[in-house]
Each structure stands twice: as structure tokens, then as C-alpha cells.
Design a binder for this molecule. Structure first.
Ligand code: DX5
Ligand code: ZN
Length: 219
């Protein structure tokens, strides 16, 4: 069993105080800081870019997980790596040569991964996973926090875990969207080990307690 990691999303933080939010996450026991990058084209909203990642980088020692919801992600990976990203994931629909981009991200010294939208079949990942350090499964349609978990993602998680087993690979399986204590438990049971959570962490009265509960341990 892989170690379960909680990756709160700064999308649900106060945008006027991102540095403080990143610092608070480390104190509250988070494992990873998830950054949702939206370009107004791949998804309708625009969030923030590499400069914001560079600004929060010194505020926390945690790995920074950059989730690129952008068209032509190959144009941006270098800037995010330079900004201090540790993990970079992108949507294969947005990119003409996803295998090459995974190789490029690794060559920049980052962990590389693809993101599967709710409607994207596991088959898209079949010949990419060998070049992946992680596979991120969207359990909502990308574009906004606070949406409801799509339960069919659990079937996809089991299929991706089976693919990993069949190919004797070791990539992490991450899930993103509508994660709370209940859905986190179901996801872990289906083979997921990295849990992104926005509202369930930043909307909780006690952030440390919420992170521990999502991870499933006691604090
Ligand atoms: C959605 C983003 C998610 C989102 C998760 O496009 O990729 O990371 O912030 O937020 P919650 O946990 O509130 O669904
Ligand atoms: Zn995300």
C-alpha cells in the first residue's frame, strides 16, 4: 500500500493571502500543495500562473503539485518548473504530443503526470503510464471547486490500479474534485493514494482536523 497523501487546493484559499494559506497548510499537516492553473480556454475560468507559484514557493517546504488546465501545456511547463513546481500534470486532450511532454517534465526534474477528465477513458492512459509518476483522475469536470463527486470515478480508479498492476508500474493515483471524508475513504479503497481537497479543507473550522480526517488517520 502506498502512503496516503492529502493535497489541499489553493483554489479554495483566500486569493488575497495565498502565501499565508500555503504556510498554514504545512502547519496543519498537509502533504502536498495543489495549485489549479486555469487559462480561460481549456476551462472557462482563469486562476493564476507561474508567478503566483513562485510567490508561494518560499512559504512552504511541501511539494507543489501544479495541475495545468490549460491549452498547449507544453508552452508552460518550463516556467512552472522554474517557479518551483515539484509535480506537473496536464490534460492529454490539450496537448498534441503527451508522451513527449511527460518526458520533458521529467527532464525538468519534476514528477510528471496526466489528468483524465470524467469522460476520458482509461485507454488514453494505457501507453502513457510508463512515462508517468502519477495519474490524476478528475472526479468532477474541471473548472471550479465545490462540485459534487462523480461516483463512476471509483470504477476508473480501480481500472487504473489494475493497469498499474498489470504493467508492474509504481505511479501514484491522485483524485481531484468533491473529496470529503466519505469520498476520500471510497477513493482509497479503490486504489487512490493522493487526495486533492479544496472546500473540505479550506471550508473546515479546523484545517488540521479536516486534513487528518481525509487522510483517514487520527491526529
Ligand atoms: C477543479 C480543480 C480542483 C478543485 C477541487 O477544476 O481541479 O482541484 O479545486 O475542489 P473541491 O475539493 O472543492 O471539489
Ligand atoms: Zn486540481
Amino acid at each position: 500500500m502506498k502512503k496516503v497523501l492529502v493535497a489541499p487546493s489553493l483554489l479554495s484559499a483566500d486569493f488575497a493571502a495565498m502565501g499565508e494559506a500555503a504556510a498554514r497548510l504545512a502547519q496543519a499537516g498537509a502533504d502536498v500543495v495543489h495549485c489549479d492553473i486555469m487559462d480561460g480556454s481549456f476551462v472557462p475560468a482563469i486562476t493564476f500562473g507561474a508567478q503566483m507559484v513562485a510567490a508561494v514557493r518560499p512559504k512552504s517546504d511541501l511539494p507543489i503539485d501544479v495541475h495545468l488546465m490549460v491549452e498547449a501545456p507544453e508552452r508552460h511547463v518550463e516556467a512552472f518548473a522554474a517557479a518551483g513546481a515539484d509535480w506537473i500534470t496536464f490534460h492529454p486532450e490539450a496537448c498534441r504530443h503527451p508522451h513527449r511532454l511527460l518526458q520533458s517534465i521529467r527532464a525538468l526534474g519534476c514528477k510528471a503526470g496526466i489528468v483524465l477528465n470524467p469522460g476520458t477513458p482509461v485507454a488514453v492512459a494505457e501507453y502513457l503510464v510508463e512515462a508517468c509518476d502519477l495519474v490524476l483522475l478528475m472526479s468532477v469536470n474541471p473548472g471550479a471547486g465545490g462540485q459534487s463527486f462523480l461516483p463512476d470515478t471509483l470504477r476508473k480508479a480501480r481500472a487504473v490500479a489494475a493497469l498499474r498492476e498489470a504493467l508492474s508500474l509504481a505511479f501514484d493515483i491522485e483524485i481531484d474534485g468533491g473529496i470529503n471524508v466519505d469520498t476520500a475513504r471510497q477513493a482509497i479503497d479503490a486504489g487512490v493514494n493522493v487526495l486533492v481537497a479544496g472546500n473540505a479543507v479550506f471550508g473546515a473550522p479546523d484545517m488540521a482536523q479536516a486534513i487528518a480526517a481525509i487522510r483517514g488517520g487520527s491526529k
